[in-house]
Design a protein around this ligand. Structure first.
Ligand SMILES: Cc1cc2nc3c(=O)[nH]c(=O)nc-3n(C[C@H](O)[C@H](O)[C@H](O)COP(=O)(O)O)c2cc1C
Length: 184
């Protein structure tokens, strides 16, 4: 069970990167969670470049998504939406089609009491347009500076909710595999 984690914040002290770090630590064999470190190296999406000379970093991202059984996407909220970093990555993934049908779990952390709700809603709409299977369970972390310290989720109820989200994502991926093997 391979889960690919994508984080929409490039900030070194990112609360959302901390969520992904804790998610990786909570993921035990036979599950594994790898974090894609390449989003900061993606050029801005350009359909001409996509048609003529696909950058290696884009091909790498598409391959990583294609090889994953499921995705965990953590997003900051900027101006009531997701980050440009994530939107750009998703634009590169549209043409590849690797995300279609793939289970995706969403999480967001924000210092605000709204917990990034608008960013997740925005992201869910984009992912639905890409035919990704966003699972119904999500994780919102409001007042995240109180629940995340030293780069880790330290608030126990939030850690439990994160573990629950990972379980729900893994179950969605297993159910998809079962349907695939029944069909073949
Ligand atoms: C340009 C900018 C816009 C922001 N807009 C929002 C917003 O609309 N809603 C919100 O909850 N937080 C907003 N914030 C606060 C971010 O949620 C906060 O900086 C958060 O820590 C960013 O995520 P990160 O810690 O993973 O980098 C904004 C921050 C910046 C710098």
């Amino acid at each position: 069970m391979k889960i690919l984690g994508l984080c929409g914040s490039l900030r070194s002290g990112s609360l959302n990167a901390a969520v992904l770090r804790s998610a990786a630590e909570l993921t035990l064999p036979p599950r594994e969670l790898a974090v894609d470190p390449g989003l900061d190296r993606l050029p801005f999406f350009d359909a001409d470049v996509e048609q003529t000379a696909l950058p290696a970093v884009v091909a790498g991202l598409r391959a990583a998504v294609g090889a994953a059984d499921a995705l965990l996407i953590v997003t900051p909220e900027y101006a009531h939406g997701t980050s440009g970093v994530l939107k750009n990555a998703l634009e590169w993934l549209v043409g590849g089609g690797e995300i279609a049908g793939k289970p995706v779990a969403l999480a967001s952390a924000s210092p605000a009491i709204t917990g990034g709700d608008r960013a997740r809603a925005w992201l869910a709409e984009t992912l639905a347009a890409m035919d990704a299977r966003v699972i119904p369970r999500e994780l919102r972390i409001p007042q995240a500076t109180l629940r995340i310290t030293d780069g880790r989720v330290t608030d126990e109820p939030t850690r439990a909710a994160l573990a629950g989200l990972l379980d729900a994502l893994a179950h969605a991926a297993e159910a998809r595999e079962d349907r695939g093997s029944l069909a073949s």
